[in-house]
Design a binder for this molecule. Structure first.
Ligand SMILES: C[S@@+](CC[C@H](N)C(=O)[O-])C[C@H]1O[C@@H](n2cnc3c(N)ncnc32)[C@H](O)[C@@H]1O
Length: 232
């Protein structure tokens, strides 16, 4: 084969259509999707639009309440419209709250609904704009939507002493499964979003690579689980 073309002695064909450096912008696609919510839907997302599990939200609160210290410096990674911050405030958790998301429209809704929160626009896969440290970094229904849970968890472990994950697809499968599905954003068109199921082996591999020492698992009445990752 010369210059990517076959010659008479070969049937090999060079095919660059699946991935070309510089043109493959999956994260940009996902960011556009999460930015596509109409304002009125962004305000209601996972409140009266979408289907959060109320029970696991309560378990998450109870876990955070026990975890300490008080007041807890909490960073909510993939905070959306600040739903969790509002809920924890209503429950009376003693905490300071920073929400991080890469959707400007959801962050605008968060700032409006939860003015006492501090909000930062950043990609949770890398967390390059976040320069503080926290007692707890929390993912609520977010890990399953990331292209790179490993790099995100690594970045979170650098800024927080503990990581708390609220899973709607707890690691359980023997195989990893990732696909792009259509998300209903309450508009005329649907947008692509990423959904994954993590195998237990992949999860364990990530945990060992980020030097996690222990994981406590809390179950709710739904399929959701709350995992607390300890690093010391
Ligand atoms: C299912 S919503 C969960 C929202 C919120 N955590 C809650 O429980 O109400 C997923 C959120 O993750 C955010 N997200 C997804 N990928 C992200 C990324 N790479 N960086 C920052 N935020 C991201 C989305 O914009 C969206 O707000």
């Amino acid at each position: 084969m010369r210059n990517g073309k076959t010659d008479s002695s070969s049937t090999m064909v060079k095919d660059q259509r699946i991935f070309e450096k510089g043109t493959h912008k999956m994260n940009d696609t996902l960011k556009s999707s999460w930015n596509a919510f109409p304002k009125s839907i962004a305000q209601r997302y996972l409140k009266s639009f979408g289907h959060p599990s109320q029970d696991s939200q309560l378990v998450l609160y109870e876990v955070l309440e026990k975890l300490g210290p008080k007041p807890m410096r909490l960073v909510d990674l993939g905070c959306g419209n600040g739903n969790l911050g509002e809920y924890l405030t209503e429950k009376g958790l003693a905490f300071t709250y920073t929400g991080v998301d890469f959707s400007d429209v959801l962050l605008d809704a968060a700032r409006e609904a939860f003015p006492s929160g501090n909000f930062v626009c950043d990609d949770v896969n890398t967390l390059t704009n976040l320069h503080e440290s926290f007692d707890v970094a929390c993912y609520s229904h977010v890990i399953e939507m990331l292209p790179s849970p490993e790099s995100s968890l690594r970045a979170a472990s650098r800024i927080a002493k503990k990581i708390v994950i609220r899973f709607f697809e707890p690691p359980a499968e023997r195989e990893d499964w990732v696909e792009l599905l259509d998300m209903d954003i309450g508009s005329t068109h649907k947008v692509p979003y990423l959904r994954r199921k993590m195998s237990l082996d992949y999860y364990r591999l990530i945990l060992s690579k980020i030097d996690c020492k222990q994981v406590d698992i809390y179950r709710s009445t739904s399929k959701d689980q709350i995992h607390v990752l300890h690093f010391s």
